[in-house]
Every structure is written in C-alpha cells, then in structure tokens.
Write a protein of this length. Structure first.
Length: 81
C-alpha cells in the first residue's frame, strides 16, 4: 500500500502508507521531508537567536538558507568532485 505526497523539489513522491487501519482515528502520511536548511531560521529563533545572528551564520557559511540565491548562502559546498 502506497500513498503519494507532494514534495517541494521532487514533485509527487510515492511513500509507504501506514500499515495500521483504525476506524475512528485513521492514519495518514504527513508531509514530505523538508528541504535542506528549510527550518534553520525557525530552530535558531527558538534558541533565542535574532535575524542579525542568523545573517552572520549564513555569511560565514555555518548554516544555509534555501530561500536565498546560491551566491547568498543557499548552497552547500561539497568540495571537489
């Protein structure tokens, strides 16, 4: 048994449906996995960091932000290929 979920990059993705079937509380597949760096800002804010610290971490390439162009921190340098 499979279900399709929408992924921001991959489009529709088939995944395994929950095996258990309940009448009163039906199980369903939630969301697709997040994009790399998608929740960095939220996590850092919950830890008490502000926008200035987040921006400095992006500039220093300590974290990435998928919302910025590649030349502004939205890439991951994987080294020579």
């Amino acid at each position: 048994m499979t279900e399709e979920i929408d992924h921001a990059i991959a489009g529709d993705v088939k995944t395994i449906a929950p095996a258990a079937r309940f009448i009163k509380t039906p199980a369903k597949v939630g969301k697709a996995v997040p994009k790399l760096g998608q929740y960095n800002r939220e996590v850092l804010e919950q830890l008490g960091n502000d926008q200035e610290i987040f921006a400095s971490l992006i500039v220093g390439e300590a974290v990435i932000s998928p919302y910025l162009p590649k030349d502004q921190g939205a890439h991951v340098d994987r080294g020579p290929e």
